[in-house]
Design a protein around this ligand. Sequence first.
Ligand SMILES: *[C@@H]1O[C@H](CO)[C@@H](O)[C@H](O)[C@H]1NC(C)=O
Ligand SMILES: [Cu+2]
Ligand SMILES: [Zn+2]
Length: 249
Amino acid sequence: MLTLLCCGLLLAARESVTWILPGSGETSSALALPNSDLAEQIRDMHNKVLEIWQELGRRREAEAGSMEAMHAVCRVQPSSSLAAEQPRVTGWVLFRQQAPGARLEAFFDLEGFPAQPNGSSHAIHVHQFGDLSQGCDSTGPHYNPLSVPHPQHPGDFGNFAVRDGSLWKHRPVLAASLAGPHSIVGRAVVVHAGEDDLGRGGNQASVENGNAGRRLACCVVGTSGPAAWARQMQEHAERKKRRRDSECK
Ligand SMILES: *[C@@H]1O[C@H](CO)[C@@H](O)[C@H](O)[C@H]1NC(C)=O
Ligand SMILES: [Cu+2]
Ligand SMILES: [Zn+2]
């Protein structure tokens, strides 16, 4: 759009030159003044166009710079309203998104689940409010900006298998976002005691929350720098290597 405008200006400037030039060969000094005025105007305009062009370039560079990935962290803590006999789940959920509108990636690193039964499945969702004043109970229902049934909410992360009481998972494609009007920043991640029935439970609760049971632990998603993600990536690589090594022995 701006490019078009600039070209238009240049074209208009050139046309006014050729239009006035036939008179410029005359010896009349009366024409000399308007002509030099015009030349100055054209120079001015040229400089302005150049300035706009350079400014555009600078902005494009700045945009590319701000296209650095967005990060967020969520430090999972047991719900303060948890009954004493319930498991105390702690850990981290880390998020990375390369650009607004790009897919969201996350690391889930949690421990403190009951070790038995081994392989149990736990639902994790984004809930509407980042309000932990009544523990995880005050985080409200599933975050549902488009009023769709469960499990189509942006923060329906599904089920996570727990091994020996802990869970450690990289999910490369999540529907939620850290940017835009439906950003999950400031909202809560909730870890449940039960499995998500993914809307197939045949009751109203199933298409609202997947009948995932008690809210064991939760946290509020907050923006962060890239350091936590980088550490997790490194640990991820090391754990993979350790697992490979132990499997090879
Ligand atoms: C739990 O399951 C994992 C893999 O599914 C297995 O490696 C581990 O040994 C199991 N732990 C127990 C206590 O059975
Ligand atoms: Cu939930
Ligand atoms: Zn949901």
